[in-house]
Design a protein around this ligand. Structure first.
Ligand SMILES: Cc1ncc(COP(=O)(O)O)c(C=O)c1O
Length: 449
């Protein structure tokens, strides 16, 4: 295995040297396709959704069993014993994430709501979150009646640890550390800030299921983790989500909240004698069809992560020596998922040129995606909620807080200057080499200006 990898590395270096030579020569091969040269690929490269590419008879078998037994509901059904697909998924998910407990829910958004409940976030509380993340992060805070407080991102595209402390007030209760687009947030810097100010840390691993930070699975390092199992994520049943924690009280509150405020036998068996009373709940329960598919997918998680990481590493290895190249900051390169490889430019205009030239080469790249610069959205700027007297925005702090592009200039600047290819675990060596060839061809021409 080691020999294979070393041989592979040598071949890679030879290939890159040849590509560099080719790109350095004048002539048709190095002329940008955007300027009339031959494109690296005739048929544009296109990343696919990861999980469904791995669907096979394993997922089929799980679904068939639910159909054949007629037992689609997790708590009970035909027969004396409760169905066990969701429960087994929870057990194996907790083991994979190295936490004591895992709770399956209907979506990553539902998992965020459960997290807010677990931490007892409510009116008067403030939650710090990155300005660039998914709607659900902001919305879950607002639905809890609390106040979202945005901080800037850094060049890892995650919460900038240096921008957290100035946002903390006596009302701050929670830091939402989101691991965006496969890249772990810098927890070694975020956790001490949280501990110093007696704040909880929620890891949002929705976009980084299966990634790790310094050897530990994401979602096992802060106080609680949430995951999305929706189509765009590492493994999927179309929709789905999960919560992990090793704290029995946080787990019990999340489990009660995801159901009707009661603790069911299945969960009582894992968490022990209840410590809380019944309270107002929801229904974010996962069904057995989803549980079965996700169980099959979970057993393939390491294969998918291994494949996409290997492809990302080949790309990094193949472009790292380009003079002047600067890549997205990786707080732990070993733990990153490798969902995409991002290259920095001095200006937004150069980044636009890079994107256009790469598209012409048949290797499309994009700016960081899958999230939104939330403080720039009209519904957030205008604090629009389902009821005008929503408690998030009726307090003096809630009335005074300002959102808008002027509150996150660094986030806007950074996201405008990075672009790169999304990666796919099933890309062939040829596909990956085409990415490397295209970047080696285009980057020097664009970066020169
Ligand atoms: C960072 C982040 N958190 C939470 C979610 C919500 O997950 P879901 O779509 O499963 O509700 C997403 C979805 O993309 C996300 O990107």
């Amino acid at each position: 295995m080691l020999i294979d990898r070393e041989t592979d590395m040598v071949n890679r270096r030879k290939f890159c040297a040849a590509a560099a030579l080719a790109a350095g020569r004048t002539g048709a091969a190095s002329q940008l396709a955007a300027e009339g040269g031959t494109p690296v690929r005739a048929k544009p490269l296109r990343a696919d959704y990861w999980g469904p590419q791995y669907y096979d008879q394993k997922e089929g078998q799980e679904l068939a069993e639910v159909l054949e037994t007629g037992r689609p509901f997790r708590w009970y059904g035909r027969g004396p014993e409760p169905p066990m697909k969701v429960a087994t998924f929870e057990k194996e998910f907790a083991a994979r994430m190295q936490t004591r407990f895992a709770l399956a829910v209907t979506s990553g958004t539902a998992a965020l709501h459960c997290a807010m409940a677990a931490f007892q976030i409510g009116p008067g509380d403030e939650v710090i979150l990155p300005a660039w993340t998914w709607h659900s992060c902001h919305d879950a805070v607002v639905h809890a009646g609390a106040l979202p407080v945005f901080a800037e991102i850094d060049e890892s595209f995650n919460l900038d640890p240096a921008d957290i402390e100035s946002r903390i007030t006596p009302q701050t209760k929670l830091i939402l550390a989101v691991h965006l687009q496969g890249n772990p947030a810098d927890l070694d810097r975020i956790l001490p800030i949280a501990r110093k100010h007696n704040l909880k840390v929620l890891e949002d691993c929705a976009q980084s299921v299966g990634a790790s930070y310094k050897g530990r699975p994401l979602g096992s390092i802060g106080d609680l983790g949430i995951y999305s199992l929706q189509l765009n994520k590492t493994i999927t049943a179309g929709e789905g989500g999960a919560v992990t924690t090793s704290d029995p009280v946080l787990f019990e509150r999340a489990a009660r909240f995801h159901d009707l405020g009661y603790l069911r036998d299945v969960h009582e068996r894992v968490v022990g004698k209840p410590k809380l009373d019944v309270f107002v709940g929801t229904n974010f329960r996962m069904n057995e069809f989803s549980g079965g598919v996700l169980l099959a997918q979970l057993r393939k998680l390491d294969t998918i992560v291994g494949a996409v990481r290997a492809n990302a590493r080949r790309v990094y290895e193949g472009i790292r020596d380009l003079p002047g190249i600067r890549l997205r900051q990786l707080p732990d390169p070993e733990g990153e998922l490798g969902a995409a490889v991002f290259v920095a430019f001095q200006t937004r205009q150069l980044c636009d040129r890079f994107m256009a030239a790469m598209r012409a080469e048949g290797v499309p790249v994009s700016r960081p995606s899958g999230s939104v610069i939330l403080p720039t959205l009209p519904y957030i700027i205008n604090k629009v909620t389902v009821h005008p007297a929503w408690p998030s925005f009726t307090s003096p702090r809630g009335r005074a807080i300002k959102y808008g592009p002027e509150t996150c200039p660094r986030t806007i600047d950074i996201l405008g200057r990075f672009a790169g290819p999304n990666l796919d675990p099933k890309y062939t060596a040829r596909d990956v080499d085409d990415i490397i060839t295209a970047i080696r061809k285009v980057y020097p021409a664009v970066a020169r200006g």
